[in-house]
Write a protein that binds this ligand. Structure first.
Ligand code: GTP
Ligand code: MG
Length: 431
């Protein structure tokens, strides 16, 4: 999409209930950023205050006529609705507008962005599955649109792209078959991930998952901490595929840090399901870093969305550290001070950083270290030769175990939890 020389012109549409203007403004602002990320330029915004969407066309007939005129006058290529559209609504709106502009909804736009940003084969499979489940039913049977579909990885443009060119003439049965095949393939990938994860579990190195709203600065944080060279961009959903990097703290504690796909409000459910194994990479960790863009006026809502999604993914109740990022750019100092006060009152673990300048990152690392080492002891032991049997227990229960066989006994370094600690206490020479 980024390669398109000419940006697509898009008209954004939304309805909002009486008194809901402010929330709608925020939501439309986000939709505009999504459109921009997808390589489009917002030419106009059409909104209507109404309690319920029109069953057929969401907007009332007068507004639809206005939309049609605007579409003609501006030469718009695409119309994006903020709310979810049913297949028949899409058709009715296209018919009513009567222009050669594609009609899609926010979820389809997000799926288009995901399709363009997926780099690994797993990512592509996940996006294709989500598109088949969500987009296909909305396009199938509509000859005009189907003939416009390109392939997910082509440089085809937003709204004109379905799940892939092999699906141009497919009927529902073939879609079902493809979905089943994709599910099978993804199941295998998920199994693979499980194996890899259990290997990492056995390594005993604490795992820290970086999660948060899209564009909060998760990848930048991983880059700053570990020198990883991950793409960090001022775009929504720059990251789709998880990246794990090992990191050694100044205190010598090894940590595995994983950066993953970001969250957004009303994330299409099919997408969450399709990306479950990717999300699990970060969620199945010993500690979660919830990265928050403190410079975004919407950071409180964004945090609520993030925590709700984490709960849905089964990560509620995990040790969590809230990382307020972009403090260098946070203009709303009052809100930040307020958050700091709230945090210290509630006893939540909170740090304030700038991943960009590195400010606060040392404190963040110390905090991570303290949290992953809570209840654990890094010890050095000298085990007399005659007591060699204890090494079996240490290998089994300890983490990050190193043994050195010397004349005076076995010198062992390891991380022990309270249980193991009690068993090996008498051999400790350094702690
Ligand atoms: N001013 C400022 N900008 C930052 C900071 N951290 C990240 N950014 C910028 O925020 C944008 C998004 O950063 P990313 O690291 O890509 O964010 P992300 O959370 O990985 O985003 P997705 O992968 O899209 O979900 C980039 O333009 C970064 O340069 C910071 O501490 N201060
Ligand atoms: Mg990222």
């Amino acid at each position: 999409m980024e390669t398109n020389t000419e940006k697509k012109k898009v008209i954004l549409c939304a309805i909002f209930p009486q008194g809901g203007e402010e929330a709608e403004d925020v939501s439309l602002g986000e939709l505009e950023r999504l459109a921009e990320t997808a390589g489009c330029e917002t030419a106009a915004i059409v909104t209507q205050c109404r309690e319920k969407p029109d069953v057929k066309t969401v907007l009332g007939s007068g507004k639809i006529a206005e939309l049609s005129d605007l579409c003609g006058a501006l030469g718009a290529d695409l119309i994006v609705f903020d709310c979810e559209l049913s297949p028949s609504q899409i058709k009715s709106i296209e018919d009513a507008v009567g222009r050669d502009a594609a009609v899609i909804d926010r979820s389809m736009l997000i799926l288009d962005i995901f399709a363009a940003h997926a780099r690994t084969s797993e990512g592509r499979l996940q996006v294709e599955l989500a598109q088949l489940r969500y987009t296909s039913p909305r396009l199938i049977g509509r000859g005009r649109e189907l003939s416009r579909q390109g392939g997910a990885s082509s440089s085809g443009s937003v709204g004109a792209r379905g799940p892939g060119e092999t699906k141009l003439e497919i009927d529902r049965r073939r879609v079902r078959e493809r979905i089943a095949a994709l599910e099978d393939e993804l199941e295998k990938v998920a199994q693979n991930r499980l194996v890899m994860r259990s290997q990492r579990d056995r390594s005993g190195i604490p795992k820290v998952g970086i999660v948060g709203y899209t564009n909060a600065g998760k990848s930048t944080l991983l880059n700053t901490l570990t020198g990883a060279n991950i793409l960090a961009e001022n775009k929504l959903f720059a990251t789709l595929d998880p990246t794990t990097r090992q990191f050694v703290t100044p205190g010598g504690v090894k940590i595995l840090l994983t950066d993953t796909v970001g969250f957004i409000r009303n994330l299409p459910h099919h997408l969450i399901k399709a990306f479950k194994s990717t999300l699990d990479e970060a969620v199945y960790s010993d500690l979660l870093l919830i990265v928050i863009d403190a410079s975004d006026p919407e950071f409180i809502t964004q945090t609520t969305v993030t925590t709700a999604l984490l709960e849905e993914l089964g990560a509620a109740g995990k040790p969590t550290l809230y990382v307020f990022n972009k403090c260098d750019a946070a203009s709303d100092r009052d809100a930040l001070i307020h958050m700091k006060a709230l945090a210290s009152k509630s006893g939540e673990d909170v740090v304030f950083v700038s991943a960009k300048t590195g400010a606060g990152c040392d404190a963040l690392v110390s905090k991570i270290e303290a949290m992953v080492m809570a209840g654990k002891h890094r010890v050095t032991l000298l085990i007399p030769v005659g007591d060699g049997a204890i090494t079996g227990i240490i290998y089994k229960e300890g983490d990050d175990v190193e043994m050195e066989y010397r004349e005076d006994g076995i010198l062992c370094r390891c991380i022990a939890d309270d249980r193991l600690y009690a068993k090996i206490k008498k051999y400790i020479i350094e702690e």
